[in-house]
Design a protein around this ligand. Structure first.
Ligand code: NDP
Length: 328
């Protein structure tokens, strides 16, 4: 019987458990493309799946891992043939569909994106779902007319995955980036990515006033809760904030004041079910616009054997930037 190496989450009476083991190839789920995975990554959601701290896994046993790069092994999908290099983000992999922390996976070809020209599989996964989401946020702001000349952009959770890539992309595009972090020791790191100002996240994370001083033209927020409420309250007239995350909390204890008195817009960003055209645009812009030296500074690499421990660390805010997981 053919088996492959995988991290598997199982459910018992006392909750869920993640362990490294072998998975039977016959138990792979339905799909028209089988991929040999070379790299995955660690995202916040993977931390939730690995630790069971939030119910993101909705099928057991589950192989977690929401993104991967790999090579097509077999395919009956018209767009893909054996040997093609592909990437995948989201679509429920690692949640409802067997995911990426494995040597092998089987998915729908419609979910796959060709490895963008100019990016290696390792670089694509250094960007990963967090980085691709950062680009979706920037695209949302730009669609709303938030160009670099409109004023500063605040990036919350700046030393995290979404925040680090957003900081690097915005700075390279000429934006004045205000990086909000709870880790003052990462100030030099954030400046090396192009942040113009560093602020203490404590300025934003406590309950605030409905409207504050107008500090920025927009924001990329991966934190939610009071932080997002304060970011909105401090956004200039006509500005916009792209919201994608909930590292502080899923709540939004805000008032309508920024919307109705300053015409501020809140732009929701989802990467999981984003349509293919948006994905292709985001990945082609990432390949063209993300400075490779900045990407290298953002990235650390661990083997599959280390991902369970790293999953707990990301939920505790102990991971800086992006973590690539090498599979083979
Ligand atoms: P990371 O853990 O890498 O980054 C999150 C950062 O948020 C931390 O590094 C920390 O930054 C900050 N943070 C953590 N806890 C708190 C807190 N209690 N209060 C304020 N700030 C806090 O995660 P990712 O970058 O991978 O993901 C960030 C968020 O975006 C997650 O909530 C994730 O679920 C979401 N996400 C959503 C996607 C979508 O499709 N909408 C796709 C990808 C991610 P610092 O130390 O600098 O303060």
């Amino acid at each position: 019987m053919a088996t492959f190496k995988a991290v598997v989450v199982t459910k018992g009476d006392s909750g869920t458990t993640a362990s490294l083991g072998r998975f039977d190839e016959a138990d792979l789920m339905e799909g028209d493309v089988t991929v040999r995975v070379s790299h995955s990554t660690l995202n916040y959601k993977d931390g939730l799946a690995l630790t069971g701290k939030a119910p993101v896994v909705r099928r057991f046993p589950m192989i977690p891992g929401i993104d991967f790069a790999g090579t097509v092994e077999t395919s009956t999908h018209p767009d893909f043939k054996p040997g093609d290099q592909v990437i995948l983000n989201g679509w429920g992999t690692g949640e409802t569909h067997l995911g990426a922390y494995a040597e092998k996976t089987r998915v729908k070809g419609d979910w796959l994106v060709p490895l963008p020209a100019g990016l290696s599989p390792a670089e694509a996964m250094a960007i990963g779902t967090a980085g691709y989401t950062a680009m979706l946020c920037i695209m949302a702001l730009q669609r709303h007319g938030i160009t670099a000349d409109r004023g500063p952009i605040v990036v919350t959770g700046a030393a995290g995955g979404v925040g680090s890539v957003a900081t690097a992309l915005l700075a390279r595009a000429g934006y004045h980036v205000v990086a909000s972090t709870g880790r003052p020791q990462e100030a030099d790191y954030l400046k090396s990515l192009g942040a113009a100002e560093i602020i203490d996240r404590a300025e934003l994370s406590a309950p605030g006033r409905p409207l504050g001083k107008e500090r920025w033209a927009g924001g990329v927020d991966s934190v939610g809760s009071h932080t997002l409420a304060n970011v909105l309250a401090m956004t200039r007239y006509g500005g916009a904030v792209a919201a994608c995350g909930l590292a502080q909390g899923m709540d939004l204890p805000a008032s309508v004041a920024p919307f109705i008195l300053r015409g501020v817009s809140l732009l929701g960003v989802d990467s999981v079910m984003a349509p293919k055209a948006l994905r292709l645009e985001a990945w082609s812009r990432l390949a063209a616009e993300l400075d490779r030296e900045a990407l290298a500074r953002i990235t650390s690499t661990i083997p599959l054997e280390g991902v369970i421990e790293a999953g707990a660390a990301i939920l505790e805010g102990r991971i800086r930037g992006r973590v690539v997981v090498t599979i083979d």
